[in-house]
Design a protein around this ligand. Structure first.
Ligand code: SF4
Length: 55
């Protein structure tokens, strides 16, 4: 999912993936919305942000 990068953080998301195009210093995400998967995950460790885009 490719979405427009915002010039401010998404207040609802805290993220530490500093290799992502949408990452902002302070562990913020500048994507207006994110998509997390996969279906059937049973622990937090099994989930991933599908909106991630390499810098
Ligand atoms: S798009 Fe996903 S991986 Fe990238 S900064 Fe936002 S929450 Fe983190």
């Amino acid at each position: 999912m490719t979405v427009q990068k915002m010039d401010h953080p998404n207040d609802g998301v805290k993220c530490s993936v500093d290799t992502c195009y949408y990452y902002m210093n302070g562990d913020f995400c500048t994507a207006p919305r994110i998509h997390v998967g996969p279906h059937g995950a049973s622990t937090a460790e099994q989930t991933d942000c599908n909106t991630f885009r390499r810098k």
